[in-house]
Every structure is written in C-alpha cells, then in structure tokens.
Design a protein around this ligand. Structure first.
Ligand SMILES: [Zn+2]
Ligand SMILES: [Zn+2]
Length: 359
C-alpha cells in the first residue's frame, strides 16, 4: 500500500480476492459440492475410528455428497450394544452439510445362504443388530453381502437366504425409522450367490414366496463385482443392456445403491479386487458411462477404492469429478497401486486430514 493511501489496511486485498476462510466456506457450500458431482450423491466408505465427526468433516473436505461407514468391526460377530458417543452430533453435522444418504455396511461374516446352522443363526442376529443400530445413525441403508451357499447349491442357498431375510424382518419389526436392507451382488467367487441378474431376480422371488414384503428390500450393484462376474462395464453399451434388463426383470425401484469401484481383476474372473476409479479394467470410458448415465442419476454411489485411510479418498473423489466433467485424469503414481485393499479400509486409523500421498 502506498504511504498516501487513505484506505484501511487490507481493503486493496479484499477487492482482488476474498480472504482464504471466505473462499473455503464458499467452496464448501453443499450446493457446490453437489453441482461438481453432476447433482449426484457420491461419497466414500470412510473409517470412523478417528471419531464420527471427523469422518463427516473429511467427507465435506473431499467434496462428498454421501457417505458409508461400518457401525462396528466388520470382521467380528460381536456387535456394540449401545450407539457410540457423539452419534447425535454426527447426524446433525451430516444434515447441516447435506451429506447423505448414509449407508452402513454390515459385517463381512454375515452369510444367510450357508449350511451351518449356528453361523446362519449368528448371521440373522448380527443383521438384526446392524439394522437396529442403523436407526441411531439415521442411516437410510444397511448393505449386506448376499453370501455363499457353501456347497448347498444355488437354489438351496437362495431359499436359505429368503428364510433368513424373513427372520431378520420379523426380528426388527416394522417402523418407519428402520433403514432399507440392501443386498449386494457378488463377483461369484467360490459358492457366492448373487453374481448374476438371474440370481437377483430369483432372490426377490424367493423372498416374496417366503412371505417377505419385498418393499423392504433393495439391491446394491458393486461395479467391481459385476466386472468380476463377467459384465463388461468397460463398454457403455453393456451398461445400457444391464440397466435395461434390471429395470425390465426387477423393476427400477429395487436398484438402491452402487458401490463404485474399478477392478484390477480380469472381467469374468469371479475375482473381487477393487481398484482406484478409472485405473482398472472398467477404465475411464466405463466409469464415465456409470457416472453420467441418466438412469443412475438418483442412485447413490459409494466408493470402496483402495487406501481410503491414506488419502486416496480425496484422490478418488477428485477422479470422479474429473470423469464427470470430462477432464483429463492425472496418472497415478506407482505407490498408489501399493495401497491394496479389496475391501473398504477397516476402522483402524485416523483419517489424515489433507495428507494425500498422491496429489
Ligand atoms: Zn461393495
Ligand atoms: Zn468387493
């Protein structure tokens, strides 16, 4: 500022640009986050070991408009009986930030399709506990893997599943606060049930025959699992065909969630190996088709890409925005591919704030 100026200090600067705090607040406006994602609800699966509130703030920082969490250890049977402290603040904060719907991913141990009676009983009890806990979280969805028939055969496995789902719904009762139970397709590894559209159709039919109100069920399509099961999502026409078939054979309303993951396995290999967005077999063209498909505009998508707790949550949300906007994607460094995890990061570490290893 020149010595003769009458302006108060800082006035010149404020004409040229807003102070950083104001800039940040503007960038963080929920409407901006939503617009940058083409109006879609998209967000990562985040670990909550650093605290629920931290996960909510992290989702905001990386531009998410939806979020998925585990309500408890995903590889244990034991479920926490009481909701964690700070749950109300978490719900309020997500509402303030317009981040949602919130999905809760159930324990990986749950298998309603299997032979073993004790494991089936535990699965029913565990899923009931997840559904009840999800009410405290204000979650819209509880997402669970369909499971494995363990040698029973597909049809028997589906019948067991239907009986299990009925048992779960009897256990939780009927209340408008309850989340929707969302069944996730599998890649077909081992005796995995639910890797094809035919399986999903038969599951819905079996559930209905067993006496379940199918309005209380939905499906989640995991794109890496579809790829592993042989749906060639690198080809936009294959996606069109799949969605048209889904709508014709199952009805559109049953598609409630996407797990948006690329895959490092081969198409049709029945393997489930999640990869960073547009860095695997589905690739940029396939991801663009998924992220801009008009049929999917109202289907929330959750990322379960590698290294969420290492800063790759931000990297992958940025890749999503770039794919939607048709902007160039930066090449990922070799170390990004060392952040291997076929499953969402377990709740074991605090999320680094802004500490991205790859940008
Ligand atoms: Zn998934
Ligand atoms: Zn998976």
């Amino acid at each position: 500022m020149s010595p003769g100026s009458q302006r108060p200090a800082g006035a010149d600067r404020s004409l040229k640009s807003k102070p950083p705090a104001v800039r940040r607040a503007r960038r963080d406006l929920p409407a901006r986050r939503l617009a940058a994602l083409g109006g879609r609800r998209i967000g990562p699966h985040l670990p909550i070991s650093g605290g629920l509130l931290k996960a909510a703030e992290r989702a905001r920082e990386i531009g998410a408009t939806a979020i998925q969490v585990f309500a408890d250890n995903p590889t244990a049977w034991r479920r926490r009986p009481e909701p964690p402290t700070g749950i109300d603040r978490f719900r309020t904060r997500l509402a303030e930030l317009d981040i949602g719907p919130l999905a809760i991913h159930a324990s990986y141990l749950i298998n309603l399709c299997g032979t073993d009676e004790e494991s089936w009983r535990r699965s029913v009890a565990s899923l009931i506990a997840e559904m009840r806990m999800a009410v405290h979280y204000g979650a819209r969805f509880v997402n669970v893997h369909i499971g494995s028939h363990k040698g029973l055969g597909r049809d028997e496995g589906i019948a067991r599943l239907a009986a299990g789902l009925l048992e779960v719904h009897r256990g939780i009762g009927d209340s408008p606060e309850l989340p929707l139970l969302v069944l996730e397709n599998s890649a077909g590894m081992g005796d995995g049930v639910g890797s094809s559209l035919e399986d999903l159709v038969d599951i819905l039919e079996a559930a209905s025959t067993a006496g379940l109100d199918t309005e209380r069920l939905g499906f989640c399509l995991d794109t890496a699992h579809l790829w592993g099961a042989g749906y060639a999502l690198d080809d936009p026409d294959a996606l069109d065909r799949l969605l048209a078939r889904f709508d014709a054979e199952l009805e559109p309303r049953y598609l409630r969630m996407l797990h948006l993951n690329d895959s490092r396995a081969a198409c049709g290999s029945q393997r489930d190996r999640h990869e960073h967005i547009a860095a695997g077999g589905i690739g940029e063209g396939g991801m663009r088709a998924l992220l801009t498909h008009p049929r999917l505009v109202d289907v929330p998508a959750y990322l379960e890409t590698p290294g969420m707790d290492l800063g790759y949550d931000r990297v992958n949300m940025d890749r999503v925005r770039r794919v939607i906007a048709g902007r160039d994607l930066p090449r990922l460094p070799a170390r990004a591919f060392a952040a291997r995890s076929a499953r969402p990061a377990r709740a074991r570490r605090t999320v680094p704030v802004g500490g991205c290893a790859a940008d």
